[in-house]
Design a protein around this ligand. Structure first.
Ligand code: GLU
Length: 517
C-alpha cells in the first residue's frame, strides 16, 4: 500500500430492503477505520439493479446510520468532490469504461438472447452439468470473439440487445491479499465470464460499477462482508485490465454474523423465532410486513453500536464498554477475526442494561417522563429524575420503567401471593396496624424521619424489623421489590402510605382472624 495515500473508505449498500445488522457492522467498521486514520467515510448507494430496488430502502439506510451516530463525510445527501454518490445517477460514466475493456480485449459483446441461454442451461442440465458462460463456450456463441467486427457493428446498430462480459483468463492463479485473511489464491478456471454491462437498461452490473467508482472516488480500503470474497479475483483482474493496479484499494473481508447457535448465517427468521430484531430500525416491507427494530425495541444506539463493534473485533483487553470515541481510538483491522461471530441476544440486552445503569439523572429523567406519559402520567422533572435514578439499576429498557415504578403513582391492585404467604402472617399484620398509627402521627414524613422513627419504634416495642419492613413494602408496593423503602415512603407521601396500609389490612387481614401458621 502507498502509505501516504489519504484514507478513504466507503459503505456501499444496495437499497434492496432493510439494512441487516451485519450491514450496520460493515458501515461501523468502515467508519471506525476512517476516523481512526483521519480519513473520509463515504456512503455510496449501489442501485444499478433495478429489479431488486425497493422504495424507501435508501432513506432507511441513511436514517439507520444517523441513529447509530455514524457520520457520513461524502454521500447522497452530503454531496462531495465525487458526486453524485448514487450509482443510478452515474449511469453515463460506466458504459465508456465497459467499452474500454472491449477495446483492450478484456471484455466482449455477447448477443445471446434469454431463450438461447435457457436452452444452453437446459442442455447442460440434461448431461448432468451446470452451464457456465466461460472460456469453453465463449468462442462459439454469439459473441464479438466469434462474429466479425462488421457483424457486431450491424447488430448493435439495428438495436439487438447485448451484454458486455469480462473475458476471464482460462487458467490463471490470481494472487490476492486480504488485510484480515492474509494471502488468498484462486484459479480462474472455475470462474465464469461475468456480465459487466447490459444494453437493455444501459446499466452496469455491480462488479463494473463498484470497481469504476472505487477507482474514481479514490477509495483506499474496501472493507466489506465475507460474501464478497469470491468476487475478489474478478475485481483484481478488473483493476489490472483498466491499468489501475497501482492505486487499487486494499481489501478486508469481514467475518459473517452467525446464528445464536453458531451454526450458519444470522437471518431474519432467527430473529422472528427467538424474538430479537435483526434490523436497526423498524421496517415495513413493500408487502406490508413489519419487522421490529432495535430502536423501537428500546435499545440505546450507543449500546447497539458497542455490541456490534465487538461482534468480530476485539480490543485485546478485557474492556467491554466502549463509547464511539473509545472505539475509534482502539479499532484496528488486525484485531478483526477471520471466523464468524456468534450473535447472542442476551448479550445485546446486557449491553443495553449497562448503558441504562450509566445514564445521568437528567437523561434517565427524560426517558422516564416519556414512558410514564405514554401511560397517562405526567411526572415533573425533579421527581422523574429521582425515580429514574432509583430504578435504573433494575431496568434494561425504558419500557421496564412502568412495571418497576407504577406504584409511586397508584396503589397496588393486587399483592404478590408468594410474599403474602411469606410475610403477612403471625404477629406481623398486627404490628403493621400499629405501624400505621405511628406513621399517621408523624409531624414530618421525609425519608430520614421515617427511617429514624421506624427503627426507634421497633426497638421500643421489641419487634423484629425484617418481617415488618417486608410486609410494609408489600402493602405499599404490592410486591417485595423496588428501591429503598424510605425513598418510597417519601415519594408516595404520608397520607397515601397510611391509606395503602389500611387497604392491605382490609384485603389481606389484620391478624385478628388468622392463627399463626
Ligand atoms: N453493493 C454491495 C452490497 O450491497 C457492495 C459490496 C462492496 O462493498 O463491494 O453489499
Amino acid at each position: 500500500m502507498n502509505s501516504n495515500r489519504p484514507i478513504r473508505v466507503r459503505f456501499a449498500p444496495s437499497p434492496t430492503g432493510a439494512l441487516h445488522i451485519g450491514g450496520v457492522r460493515t458501515a461501523l467498521y468502515n467508519y471506525l477505520f476512517a476516523r481512526r486514520h483521519g480519513g473520509a467515510f463515504i456512503l455510496r448507494i449501489e442501485d444499478t439493479d433495478s429489479q431488486r430496488f425497493v422504495p424507501g430502502a435508501e432513506a432507511y439506510i441513511m436514517e439507520s446510520l444517523r441513529w447509530c451516530g455514524i457520520h457520513i463525510d461524502e454521500g447522497v445527501e452530503e454531496g462531495g468532490p465525487h458526486a453524485p454518490y448514487r450509482q443510478s445517477e452515474r449511469k453515463a460514466i460506466y458504459k465508456e469504461y465497459a467499452l474500454r475493456l472491449v477495446a483492450s480485449g478484456d471484455a466482449y459483446y455477447a448477443f445471446d438472447t434469454p431463450e438461447e441461454l435457457n436452452a444452453l442451461r437446459a442442455e447442460a442440465e440434461g448431461k448432468g452439468e451446470t452451464f457456465s458462460y466461460n472460456y469453453a463456450v465463449r468462442d462459439r456463441l454469439a459473441t464479438s470473439l466469434r462474429l466479425s467486427p462488421d457483424e457486431v457493428q450491424q447488430r448493435i446498430e439495428r438495436g439487438d440487445q447485448y451484454v458486455i462480459r469480462f473475458r476471464m483468463p482460462e487458467n490463471e492463479e490470481v494472487h490476492m491479499h486480504d488485510l484480515i485473511r492474509g494471502d488468498v489464491r484462486m484459479n480462474t478456471a472455475t470462474l465464469d465470464d461475468k456480465v459487466l454491462y447490459k444494453s437493455a437498461d444501459e446499466l452496469p452490473t455491480y462488479h463494473l460499477a463498484n470497481i469504476v467508482d472505487d477507482h474514481l472516488m479514490e477509495i483506499s480500503h474496501v472493507i466489506r462482508g465475507e460474501e464478497w470474497l469470491p468476487s475478489l479475483p474478478l475485481h483484481y483482474l478488473l483493476y489490472r485490465a483498466f491499468g489501475w493496479t497501482d492505486t487499487q484499494p486494499e481489501f478486508a473481508h469481514l467475518p459473517l454474523l452467525l446464528k445464536p447457535t453458531g451454526q450458519g448465517k444470522l437471518s431474519k427468521r432467527d430473529g422472528d423465532k427467538l424474538g430479537f430484531p435483526v434490523f436497526p430500525l423498524q421496517w415495513t416491507a413493500p408487502d406490508g410486513e413489519v419487522s421490529r427494530g432495535y430502536r423501537e425495541d428500546g435499545y440505546f444506539p450507543e449500546a447497539f453500536i458497542n455490541m456490534l463493534a465487538l461482534l468480530g473485533w476485539n480490543p485485546g483487553t478485557e474492556q467491554e464498554i466502549f463509547s464511539m470515541e473509545e472505539l475509534i481510538a482502539a479499532f484496528s483491522l488486525d484485531r478483526v477475526s477471520k471466523s464468524g461471530a456468534r450473535f447472542q441476544p442476551e448479550k445485546a440486552r446486557w449491553f443495553n442494561a449497562q448503558y441504562m445503569h450509566r445514564k445521568s439523572d437528567e437523561e434517565v429523567g427524560r426517558l422516564y417522563r416519556k414512558i410514564m406519559s405514554e401511560h397517562g402520567i405526567e411526572v415533573e422533572k425533579a421527581l422523574s429524575e429521582r425515580i429514574g435514578s432509583l430504578i435504573k439499576e433494575r431496568a434494561t429498557f425504558p419500557s421496564d420503567f412502568w412495571e418497576l415504578s407504577f406504584y409511586f403513582f397508584m396503589a397496588p391492585e393486587s399483592y404478590d401471593e408468594k410474599n403474602v404467604r411469606k410475610f403477612w402472617k403471625g404477629d406481623t399484620p398486627r404490628h403493621i396496624a400499629e405501624l400505621r398509627d405511628m406513621l399517621a402521627a408523624l409531624p414530618v414524613f421525609d425519608m430520614e424521619t421515617v427511617d429514624r422513627e421506624i427503627h426507634a419504634w421497633v426497638e421500643r416495642m421489641g419487634y423484629p424489623i425484617g418481617p415488618i419492613m417486608n410486609a410494609f413494602r408489600l402493602a405499599v408496593v404490592g410486591a417485595c421489590k423496588g428501591p429503598g423503602m424510605f425513598d418510597i415512603c417519601e415519594i408516595v407521601g404520608q397520607r397515601e402510605c397510611v391509606e395503602r396500609i389500611d387497604r392491605a389490612l382490609e384485603r389481606l387481614g389484620n391478624g385478628d382472624d388468622k392463627k399463626e401458621d
